[in-house]
Design a protein around this ligand. Structure first.
Ligand code: ZN
Ligand code: ZN
Length: 253
């Protein structure tokens, strides 16, 4: 009996070599679908990807919020009187031009992202990556993941942003290059306020490779205050990037 995690890993390995990439016979690909069926990324219910109907109901599309960071704005105000930027972006504009996510963080999506990051569910990259179809295409010539520190990547076994960037690259038909690296490890951002988050990641990134004059879109799983993506963007601009945008699967409500 193969343990479920192992089975999922094998399914995902087969998924990446799927029918179109190796010209697999349709019957064979149908057989593989029966052996390794689609599952909901949150509750693992069979037959639905990325989410089953019930889990999909918990997904909340990100409203048209702050024009810079996408933070939801006060819905009680009439659209004409609503500010175009959130308070944080008015106080201090983030280094990136804009950040967008298709959904607010919460419900089944938060569960799936948590499993993807902390429960070695590497194979969730593909179904989660489908969600990038629901967000506006970046104005960029190349995608780059917001990287993990190498030590954390070794602990986890994979870099979730790199896997997501690959999936986003397929969806947006854009190449992926690793243009940012961590200069130093940082403590987790969870549980810190905006200022502490900004301090925690300050100067944590270095740009690498050919960046001068290029437009880059950073890819990560979740945008909270934007501090991490902001620092990565700062490193890209310091190396001569022309424009930096950000796309994540979800953003904090
Ligand atoms: Zn489900
Ligand atoms: Zn904002």
């Amino acid at each position: 009996m193969i343990p479920p995690a192992r089975r999922r890993a094998e399914r995902s390995a087969i998924g990446t070599r799927s029918a179109k990439s190796v010209g697999m016979h349709p019957v064979l690909s149908r057989i593989l679908e029966l052996i390794f069926p689609a599952r909901c990324a949150a509750c693992e219910l069979l037959g639905a990807e990325p989410f089953c109907a019930q889990c999909a109901e918990s997904l909340v599309a990100a409203p048209a919020g702050c024009t810079v960071c996408g933070a939801p704005l006060d819905e009680a105000l009439l659209p004409a009187t609503r500010p175009r930027r959130c308070g944080a972006c008015r106080d201090r504009a983030p280094p990136f031009v804009l950040a967008r996510a298709p959904f607010l963080h919460g419900g089944a999506l938060a569960e799936a992202i948590h499993a993807f990051k902390y429960e070695k569910r590497e194979e969730l990259a593909r179904p989660l990556g489908v969600l990038f179809e629901a967000v506006e295409r970046p104005r960029a010539e190349v995608l780059s993941p917001v990287p993990l520190h190498p030590r954390r990547q070794i602990q986890r076994g994979y870099d979730q942003a790199a896997l997501l960037a690959r999936e986003a690259g397929r969806r947006f038909s854009l190449p992926v290059e690793h243009l940012v690296e961590r200069g130093r490890p940082t403590a987790p951002q969870v549980g810190r306020d905006r200022l502490a988050r900004a301090r925690n990641v300050q100067g944590a990134f270095r740009a690498r490779g050919n960046i001068r004059g290029r437009s880059v879109c950073l890819i990560d799983d979740v945008l909270t205050t934007g501090a991490t993506a902001g620092e990565a963007a700062r490193a890209l601009y310091a190396a001569g990037a022309r424009r930096v945008e950000v796309r994540t699967l979800s953003r904090a409500p």
